[in-house]
Every structure is written in C-alpha cells, then in structure tokens.
Write a protein that binds this ligand. Structure first.
Ligand code: KG4
Ligand code: ZN
Length: 331
C-alpha cells in the first residue's frame, strides 16, 4: 500500500511517500528556519506564505525521488493538528485536493502521534506496549502506548514544552533560533556548576513544569550582569540541560517500573539531544530497559512520520472522520 503524506504544521514543508507503515520511499523536507531566524522564532504569517511557495515543488520532488506515479498512491494523509492554523491549512488543503483528484481515501493525522510513529520507521521490529516520552518544541507528554492506535496519556507539561524551554533559555543567552541544538553542543563542553531547580511537582505526578527552570536561568543571567560576574555559556547550558534531563529521566523510569514495561521510546525534536540520549542509555543499561529513538532526520518535523501514523490509523479503521485543521488537536 503506497501512502502519500504531507506535514506543514510549523516551519517545515514536507512530503513523503511510504510503502506500508515503515518503508520510506521518499521524505522531502523544506525548512524555513533561516527565514524565521531573523525574528528569533517562527512568525505564523510568514510560515503560511512559505508553505504556499514550497508545497508543489516538494510534492513533485517526493514523487521523483520515490519513482512512483501519482496513480500508484492508495492513501493520502496529512497533519491536521496541533500546529499553526494557517500553516496546517496549506498542507492539508493540498493533500485533500490530491486525494480528491486521484479518488483515493484521505485521513487527517495528529502531529504528536506522528512523532511517536517515527520510531516504527527507524526500528522495524518495534512493537507496543511501550512508554513514549514525547519532547518537542510545542509538546511534552508521557504516554503508555498499548498498540498502534491505543494510548493512555499519563503526563503532560503544565506550562512550557521541553523544546520551548530550550529555545527560550537559548534566546535569553543571546543564541540563535532554534536554541535546542546549540545548547546541546555548548553543554557537551560545559560543567554542571550552577544549581538550577528540578521541578518534580507532586510526589506521584507524571506531569512536567519547565517555566520555573527557565526563569531561574534568566534570573541567574541577570544577577551575573548586575554584579559584573562572569557567564560561562557552556556551564549555563550544561547546568540547564542537566536539570531538564534529571526530570525527564526520573519520571520516565518511574513510569516504566510502575507499568512493568522495558521499552522507552523517545519522540520529538528534543529526542535529538545528545546529553539526553547518553544519560537515558546509561540508566537503561543498569535497569535492563531498551531505549529507542528515531534517526536524527526523523526526530524533527517530517512527513514520513505522518505517513506511518496515517497508515496504522487507516489499517485500524479507528480514526477521526473529521479532516478539518485543528490547531489545538489533543493527543
Ligand atoms: O518536534 P519538533 O521538530 O517540532 C515540534 O513539533 O515542536 O521540535 C523542535 C524542537 C525545538 O524546540 C528545538 O530547539 C528542539 O526541538 N531540538 C533540540 C535539539 N534538536 C532540536 N533540543 C535539544 N537538543 C537538541 N539536539
Ligand atoms: Zn513536531
């Protein structure tokens, strides 16, 4: 079964063609990051315009690279939320129009669910049940995945998303957007010499909170400025990143134990973080847990993960018939 997938929820225009849920024939990603960097973050209006400019070119390229004819496509899927509504509408409209023209079914996909499915592409043997830690620019969730389309939402952020905290802290340090990868590189050369809070919330909670940590870093930077103290950016990055990782590690492993599961599946842009990967691997080795993360290219937004999610949703028959864009679509 050939699946055509479109992703345009934020600042990447992406089209992929898959054979089934795990075999990627092409996955073209056109990033707008350079355009938005000037503004220190994604500007929604500009994102929509850039998607309009890119969508047909990316679509053609996806067919060329896959070596597939338009009439070979059996199913068309696209992200319908969450995301920027104007951005979502471009990819969604293009995909729906395409499905209509070739007279094939269309289904809308939840972007966050797509991030989890990126792992099915990178790990052909991966099967539920497992715990998934979803850490992206817009979302932070701890989820128990029972099968392809059945989830229990266990924890979520109460304020900033994990990637958002990386980006905001980076901005306060005068670093470029997106800040996550830059902090990752700096942290590798720094020492965890500054004491920042680990916000665990209530004892039994699996929720997250990152805004207090972000404020603590900003306060530290202001304080150093006021007293004329030295700021070693590598050390700030490392101290902040370690505080984030401590919380992610503690909650993920506590949940694995509670659910008696031995697979932890990472998803979303922050799962590219090298410090996080290293730490989770060390802990996993001690506890007999296996860690999965998508290939680096599949960690951040891409259409292949949406194609995998769409394929499994379609197979299950348990998908939402609503195909409208929903910027606040829940998991
Ligand atoms: O999943 P994603 O592409 O977009 C959303 O769906 O939100 O995630 C983007 C986020 C950004 O906040 C970015 O700073 C972060 O992922 N990110 C990282 C790394 N690479 C990307 N954060 C920490 N370390 C990284 N290596
Ligand atoms: Zn994403």
């Amino acid at each position: 079964m050939k699946v055509l997938a479109v992703e345009s929820s934020c600042d990447e225009t992406s089209v992929a063609i898959l054979d089934g849920g795990r075999e990627v024939l092409s996955n073209i990603i056109s990033s707008q990051i350079q355009t938005h960097q000037k503004f220190g973050g994604v500007v929604p209006e500009i994102a929509s315009r850039k998607h309009v400019e890119a969508i047909n070119i990316v679509l053609d390229q996806a067919f060329k690279e896959a070596g597939v004819k338009k009439s070979d496509i059996d199913l068309v899927v696209a992200t319908r939320g969450p995301g920027l509504v104007g951005a979502l509408l471009i990819g969604l409209s293009a995909a729906k129009a395409f499905a209509y023209c070739i007279n094939k079914p269309f289904i809308g996909v939840n972007h966050i669910y797509g991030h989890v499915c990126a792992n099915y592409i990178s790990h052909k043997e991966l099967e539920a049940p497992f715990i998934s830690l979803i850490v992206s620019g817009g979302h932070t969730y701890l989820v128990k995945v029972n099968d392809y389309v059945d989830f229990d939402l266990i924890g979520r952020t109460r304020d900033d998303a994990c990637g958002e905290a990386f980006d905001k802290v980076a901005r306060s340090m005068g670093l470029a957007y997106p800040g996550g990868p830059i902090i990752d590189k700096l942290a590798a050369k720094g020492k965890a010499s500054i004491e920042f809070p680990r916000v665990m919330l209530e004892e039994d909670s699996y929720d997250f909170s990152f805004s207090g940590l972000k404020t603590a870093v900003i306060n530290y930077l202001h304080h150093q400025e006021q007293v004329g103290g030295e700021v070693i950016v590598e050390d700030v990055a490392r101290s902040f990143q370690d505080a984030v990782i401590d919380v992610l590690e503690e909650k993920s492993f506590r949940l694995l134990k509670e659910e008696n599961l031995d697979k932890l599946v990472l998803a979303g842009g922050v799962s590219a973080n090298s410090g996080l990967r290293k730490r989770l691997e060390e802990r996993a080795r001690k506890e007999g847990v296996k860690i999965y993360y998508p290939d680096l290219k599949l960690c951040t937004d891409n259409a292949a993960m949406i194609g995998s999610a769409g394929y499994y949703l379609y197979k299950s028959g348990k998908y939402d018939k609503n195909t409208y864009a929903n910027p606040n679509l829940a998991l």
